[in-house]
Design a protein around this ligand. Structure first.
Ligand code: HEM
Length: 83
């Protein structure tokens, strides 16, 4: 996996996963500590919005987590050049 495109793809998947994790945390706080989070975000992240964001993150999160964890075997399966 020394190819520069492979490396770029791996880093992109890791970055998206990190962003999703952060959003998960923030939206989770937006549900349990809604007053504080609403105040800190100047009213932008209300409790209903936080709930919606939190719920809708599950599918992209699972997809990127699986891509991240199974990158090596998937790479071997689809991208390895035959000798
Ligand atoms: C719920 C979150 C995460 C879980 C469960 C998880 C799980 C894993 C697992 C099982 C591996 C081993 C895969 C392998 O070596 O083929 C791995 C490797 C790795 N993870 Fe994660 N990870 C998570 C989030 C992240 C995030 C957010 C980052 C970076 C911002 C990250 C960076 C890495 C790196 C650098 C490796 C080394 C393998 C590689 O080169 O891709 N992980 N992770």
């Amino acid at each position: 996996m020394k190819n520069k495109w492979t490396k770029a793809l791996r880093i992109t998947i890791q970055t998206v996963l990190l962003v999703l994790l952060i959003l998960y945390g923030i939206s989770g706080y937006g549900i349990t500590e809604s007053r504080t989070v609403e105040m800190l975000t100047l009213g932008m992240l209300s409790k209903p919005l936080a709930f919606q964001v939190h719920e809708n993150l599950v599918i992209p999160f699972v997809i990127f987590l699986l891509l991240h964890i199974f990158f090596r075997p998937l790479y071997g399966l689809f991208c390895k050049t035959k000798k």
